[in-house]
Design a protein around this ligand. Structure first.
Ligand code: GDP
Ligand code: K
Ligand code: MG
Length: 278
């Protein structure tokens, strides 16, 4: 298999387009994602014995159904199934960027992490334990300085290798006993529909608990969808009682908390700008 499809994901301004341009050069095509006016940049690159098909996804902070860019990014990953996601992180803003990274990992595609803006992070006195981060995320972590073409060959090597390995075991946020219990319940119901699902079950269960409009609509259309929607709605009510807040907000808070704990371990110096959920 000589073709490897790569989706570049990341927060806005993390350096995606810079890396995309550097990797693909002039061999680019600009169009739109099907049915929407969101710009789609694709490029081709010969790399060693492979042909890389690279897509520059819209920059997002999250993967909700509330924003078109976020829907486009996640639908591309799930429907087009790129062989590997390369998540471009701004190393100077790791915590905010990891908030997206953990959501990308929930889509259960092979992933490689670029710690881009490594120069900026260094100037800011930020010290990151890359190997621990890699170990925690279950994904290779490569330092890059996109605008100086530094680290990009290593990044592509890691991407090609990750695409070939089918057994990456990703990091999952532990959302705590209440939410995890509901995820298990809904996953068991979704398991009966597995032949009709193109999405990872755990991710679907989580989106049902978040009352994600797009996912609720698709699940509704499954043969056994009505029963699952009913169970999801009961689960949300029960979580609403436990947390005293909308389950979507509770889940976002738990995700921020998990990312904060991760940062406590992997950022050795210069950690600042703690995220708030407001
Ligand atoms: P995108 O929104 O993720 O596509 O980000 P861009 O590729 O447009 O990059 C945003 C800005 O960061 C541009 O001015 C780039 O030149 C700059 N940039 C990209 N990578 C790096 C890097 O590693 N270090 C520094 N210092 N600047 C970078
Ligand atoms: K930009
Ligand atoms: Mg861009």
């Amino acid at each position: 298999n000589t073709q490897v499809s790569i989706a570049l994901a990341g927060n806005p301004n993390s350096g995606k387009t810079t890396i995309f341009n550097s990797v693909t050069g002039a061999r680019q095509h600009v169009g739109n994602y099907p049915g929407v006016t969101v710009e789609k940049r694709e490029g081709i690159r010969r790399f060693k014995d492979k042909e890389l098909l690279v897509v520059d996804l819209p920059g997002t902070y999250s993967l909700t159904a509330h924003a078109l860019d976020e829907l486009v990014a996640r639908n591309f990953i799930i429907q087009d199934k790129p062989d590997v996601i390369v998540d471009i992180l701004d190393a100077g803003n790791l915590e905010r960027n990891l908030y997206l990274a953990v959501q990308l990992l929930e889509l259960e595609r092979p992933m490689v992490v670029a710690l881009n803006m490594a120069d900026v992070a260094e100037d800011m006195g930020i010290k990151i334990n890359d190997s621990l981060l890699s170990q925690k995320l279950g994904a290779p972590v490569i330092r890059t300085v996109g605008n100086r073409h530094t680290g990009l060959d290593d990044l592509l090597d890691a991407a090609v290798q990750a695409a070939a390995e089918k057994s990456q075991k990703p990091f999952f946020v532990n959302y705590g006993p209440e939410v995890e219990g509901k995820i298990s319940e809904l996953s068991a119901l979704l398991e009966q529909e597995r032949h009709n699902l193109r999405y990872p079950q755990r991710w679907l269960a989580l989106k049902l608990l978040e009352n994600d409009s797009d996912i609720c609509k698709s699940v509704q259309e499954l043969p056994g969808g009505a029963q699952i929607i009913k169970a999801a709605s009961a689960a949300r009510e029960s979580l609403q009682e436990v947390f005293g807040t909308d389950p979507e907000i509770a889940i976002a808070n738990l995700r921020y908390q998990a990312v904060g704990e991760l940062c406590e371990e992997v950022i050795l110096a210069g950690r600042s700008g703690l995220l708030t959920t407001s």
